[in-house]
Design a protein around this ligand. Structure first.
Ligand code: FAD
Length: 535
């Protein structure tokens, strides 16, 4: 008997979620993490003396309520608070849109009465489809299998469950679902709204982590992907984890450890051990071997199959296809330490808008141009920036009177053209991002007293996010649901026996959801029980 049942590669929040569920069910679990801290992209660090912030992911909504409840994350210290306002979109002409409970309709009406009438219907449309997604995120999508046998029967039953969920939709909702899965957000928004800022509010969600124009087919799905979350039971709302996103990872790690899982940091995996078509353990960077009945991978699928497993241990067709797995979100991430709060020309002084997601991208045309510019030049010279100032909600992040802000910037090329390296342009682009905020909030640049800058290359180096892809693979139709990470492997099982996917490269994809970790744990437990009975 192996001493360890499951070794998990990576202590991202999904690896930790998977570990906690498996350990809770009585399995002996070991998580090995390459970095010195757990959490992967959900991590809080001190980025300059006395200033802490979420390093990569920075805002919470998608974390699944079942995961929070099952693993008792509140008892393990997790506290999530709502933003005081949801989003603030200032425009260069001094107008603005401010959304949030009780605020959105009056604010939209000031810009366009017609849009104020249309927005409620659009929300309802998005919400009803988001409700369907909510029912699908915690179950494996239908998996395509060849031939007829126990796995085909199991999959047929599982597909019936999914079909049953979809059956409850009206024909009109099915049409909406098809639109949201295939069309561009830009087209859908142009059909419904007239004001640029109203379209930009939704359009921003369509390009977050999506290196594409809001007019690209499939961008409507990315918009929807950002709509299926909730905070403390309020659907579609975004909030802040006190202590930053690392607080989510820390609570998950506590839950996992409490149930007996072992978590080792500074323990990178260099190879998965494969014997007779079965994954039986891992070799760490320091040469240590860890054997286990099952191996679960929290890392990007392309990283797993092209760097951690010998090509000749895998079916050639599988290797050829996974090499084509599309990565590259086109995002650039900064944290800045601020000596004071910014004051926006469009809405001067302090107020609830400073606790919201501040979107600097005043129209769909602006976002479209930003993408075209990034494709041609390497980054958009008029970039899309979302700024969040979490210290307005959380006094644990900055010294009294000072603040920290996250800048999440869209539309930089994952790889620069003409062989240029991000190492040579990181600081220039960071200056541009700060200047962009400064153009809406004069004096911002002078208030910056420290900064942390992560280009796509840095995201790859630090977190193993290939091409800086925040989702472990683009959320395009050919990489979603039954095709995530590949048709025939959507059931969290890899092409080797004993090998499982528990990270964002599996359904339902990226974001701090805990869902792939939850779903993979269920499949591993099912297989374990089939082999060994209830223990
Ligand atoms: C800049 C940025 C901003 C984002 N903003 C948000 C946001 O605001 N809200 C949101 O919900 N989502 C956001 N996301 C997306 C979200 O953070 C990710 O999709 C999610 O955290 C991925 O979780 P994961 O556990 O699947 O993988 P990861 O967090 O990527 O974890 C994988 C782990 O594996 C480890 N690893 C890699 N290679 C090895 C190896 N060889 N051996 C051992 N360990 C290894 C890594 O170090 C890492 O800890 C953002 C992501 C980024 C990068």
């Amino acid at each position: 008997m192996n001493e360890i049942d499951v070794v998990i590669i990576g202590a991202g929040h999904n690896g930790l979620t998977c570990a906690a569920y498996l350990a809770k069910a009585g399995l002996r679990v070991k998580v090995v993490e390459r970095r010195q801290v757990v959490g992967g992209a959900a991590v809080t660090e001190e980025f300059c003396p006395d200033f802490r912030n979420s390093v990569a992911a920075y805002t919470v909504s998608l974390l699944n309520p079942k995961v929070i409840a099952d693993l008792r994350l509140a008892d393990h210290g997790l506290k999530i608070v709502e933003r005081r306002a949801q989003n603030f979109l200032p425009a260069p002409d001094g107008s603005y849109l401010l959304t949030g409970e009780g605020r959105t309709l009056p604010s939209v009406a000031k810009l366009s009465v017609r849009d104020a009438e249309a927005i409620t219907a659009f929300w309802r449309e998005l919400e009803s489809i988001a409700d369907v997604l909510r029912q699908l995120v915690l179950r494996a999508p239908p998996n395509l299998v060849e031939g007829f046998g126990p796995s085909a029967i199991r999959e047929a039953i599982s597909a019936l469950g999914t079909a049953n969920t979809l059956r409850h939709l009206s024909l009109a909702q099915k049409r909406d679902l098809l639109d949201l899965f295939t069309r561009s957000a830009g087209e859908m928004l142009d059909e419904r709204f007239e004001h640029d800022l109203v379209k930009a509010l939704f359009g921003f969600d369509a390009i977050v982590g999506n290196y594409a124009s809001p007019y690209a087919a499939g961008s409507a799905y990315v918009m929807l992907h950002h709509a299926f979350g909730e905070v403390n039971g309020k659907k579609g709302v975004w909030g802040h984890a006190i202590g930053g996103m690392g607080a989510i990872a820390q609570a998950l790690a506590r839950a996992a450890r409490q149930h007996g899982a072992e978590i080792e940091v500074n323990a990178g995996v260099r190879e998965v051990i494969v014997e007779k078509d079965r994954a039986v353990g891992v070799v760490l960077d320091n040469g240590e071997s860890i054997r286990a009945k099952y191996v679960a991978s929290n890392v990007n699928p392309k990283l797993l199959y092209t760097r951690l497993i010998r090509g000749d241990a895998l079916p050639p067709e599988f290797v050829a296809r996974i090499k084509r797995w599309r990565n590259g979100s086109g995002t650039f991430r900064m944290n800045v330490a601020l000596s004071r709060l910014p004051s926006f020309t469009a809405l001067a002084g302090e107020g609830d808008h400073l606790s919201s997601g501040i979107i600097l991208a005043p129209s769909l045309a602006y976002m479209d141009r930003a993408f075209a510019d990034a494709r041609a030049f390497g980054w958009s010279r008029e970039p899309v920036v979302e700024m969040l100032i979490p210290s307005t909600l959380d006094d644990s992040l900055a010294p009294q009177g000072a603040h920290v802000a996250s800048l999440f910037c869209q539309h930089v090329a994952p790889e620069l053209p003409d062989g240029k390296s991000w190492d040579d342009y990181r600081e220039d682009v960071a200056d541009l991002m700060i200047a962009t905020v400064d153009s809406y909030a004069p004096g911002f640049a002078q208030s910056v007293v420290g900064r942390q800058v992560l280009s796509p290359l840095d995201l790859e180096r630090q977190f193993g996010l290939l091409g800086g892809d925040i989702f472990h693979g683009a959320l395009t139709l050919n990489q979603l649901f039954s095709a995530r990470p590949m048709l025939g492997h959507a059931d969290y099982r890899g092409p080797l026996r004993g090998l499982y996917h528990c990270g964002s490269g599996a359904h339902p994809g990226g974001g701090v959801t805990g869902a792939p970790g939850h779903n993979a744990a269920r499949v591993i437990l099912r297989d374990h029980r089939a082999l060994f009975g209830s223990r």
